[in-house]
Design a protein around this ligand. Structure first.
Ligand code: AMP
Length: 423
């Protein structure tokens, strides 16, 4: 029988690197607190309608990429492909409009999209996600972009580029759509097959195409900024002014449209020079109509999501500090399997005293136990040999300088704690 492997597009985070993830989430959590965001934990699956209405039926995510199935009660449910729609759903369901506005929420966890796997693109991936709900001020957009950059700064990332655009709103976008459609129709034979399909349904998505012929056409396409209504133009001006004031280096990119239909006004992406084809480390923007699209009242919102795998790939490529795989404070080494029970009770006491402790279960020789304690990065070793057992003592060895001391078994925890303070 063939061994069962993890499904395509998924991966295992093993124990010798899961601490890197802790670092990214820990730094994110710290930044979230500093910017006044509260963490939420939401279901991994939702009613399919939340995404089809929220993200938009004509988007790649909804049309092709969702993990949708019928549950045993006959309901159509979907593994969440992103978190924004869920957070807005939760805001509405718990009537957070009654609270002081805006409500600033963040979350993180696995998302699911049936995409073609490649480096930096998975079918299950982890996002950190931030949303400010109930504020239409452009300063909320500025804060969101600032927050994403601050997280990357704290993680030690460099060589990032912020791309900014406005995608207008339902009052000015239709005019831009038809201007754009006319522009592409005049060179229709040069469009790739995918873009031919987009021409009727969503010509803005053509701006996103990476095919050289389509790119040549988008290079000379009319800019959305020339079609914005007064409200969107003023909003965009204030966002760019706010970012300038913060000293943020931002590049305007008229081609940036984003793959999810709910965006209005501000759209932005942050690219990493280290990621190759899948170079977006972060994507976000404003979505003033999402709450209404899923059956709620008008609730303006702005947010971003960032892929943790891509953050880690960038950190590794740039040699950023990723935390460390901290070994235990103490490893207990005993002289024979007869002493294993003694070792287990010492480990219990050390842990109860607040130390991290490990011991051998395999009946290995003292030499092998010492070797594995050193390989595991133990800071101290507690030796229980024949002499120690007879005299009610343990030998405490400092693994960084080799110094060894005999101490009363009952004061081992205090002794090691003191030594840890002075390391
Ligand atoms: P989106 O939700 O499409 O706006 O994407 C936001 C961010 O999530 C991107 O900039 C990526 O960092 C990350 N991301 C999106 N899709 C994937 C995927 N299939 N695999 C890994 N990361 C992803």
């Amino acid at each position: 029988m063939d061994a069962i492997k993890a499904p395509r597009g998924t991966y295992d985070v093993l124990g010798d690197e899961s601490w890197k993830w802790d670092r990214v989430i820990g730094v994110t959590r710290g930044a979230a607190a500093d910017f006044g965001f509260k963490e939420v934990m939401l279901p991994v699956f939702e009613h399919t309608e939340l995404f089809s209405r929220g993200i938009g039926d004509a988007t790649d995510v909804v049309e092709k990429e969702m993990y949708t199935f019928t549950d045993k009660g006959g309901r159509s449910v979907t593994l969440r492909p992103e978190l924004t729609a869920s957070i807005v759903r939760s805001y509405l369901e718990h009537d957070m409009r009654r609270r002081s506005q805006p409500v600033k929420l963040w979350g993180w966890g696995p998302m699911f999209r049936y995409e073609r796997p490649q480096s930096g693109r998975y079918r299950q991936f982890v996002q950190i996600d931030f949303e400010t709900l109930g504020a239409s001020s452009p300063l909320a957009d500025v804060e969101m972009i600032d927050l994403s950059m601050e997280i990357y700064r704290r993680l030690g990332l460099s060589n990032l580029q912020v791309l900014l655009n406005s995608v207008g709103c339902p009052s000015c976008r239709p005019a831009y759509r038809s201007t754009l459609k006319k522009h592409f129709e005049s060179s229709i034979h040069e469009l790739c097959d995918t873009c031919l399909g987009r021409l009727e349904r969503n010509p803005l998505r053509i701006l996103d195409c990476k095919q050289p012929a389509c790119r040549a056409l988008t290079d000379i396409a009319p800019s959305v900024l020339d079609s914005l209504c007064d409200e969107c133009r003023v909003h965009f001006g204030e966002v760019t002014r706010g970012l300038e004031r913060l000293g943020a280096s931002v590049k305007l990119d008229n081609r940036l449209v984003r793959g999810l239909d709910y965006y209005t006004k501000t759209a932005y992406e942050i690219l990493s020079g280290e990621l190759g084809a899948q170079n977006a480390v972060c994507g976000g923007g404003r979505y003033d109509n999402l709450a209404e699209n899923i059956g709620g009242p008008h609730v303006p919102g702005v947010g971003f999501a960032s892929g943790v795998e891509r953050i880690i790939i960038t950190m590794e490529a740039q040699g950023a500090y990723m935390g460390e795989d901290a070994g235990p404070d103490v490893c207990i080494v005993s002289s024979s399997p007869d002493r294993a029970l003694e070792a287990a009770s010492l480990a219990h006491e050390l842990r109860a005293a607040g130390l991290s402790a490990d011991m051998d279960f395999m009946g290995r020789s003292m030499k092998t136990q010492m070797k594995s304690a050193s390989q595991n990065g133990a800071k101290f070793v507690c030796i229980i040999g024949e002499d120690e057992a007879a005299s009610g003592t343990v030998s405490v060895k400092n693994m960084s300088n080799g110094e060894q001391e005999s101490v009363e078994r009952t004061s081992a925890a205090e002794n090691i704690k003191n030594k840890l303070l002075w390391r």
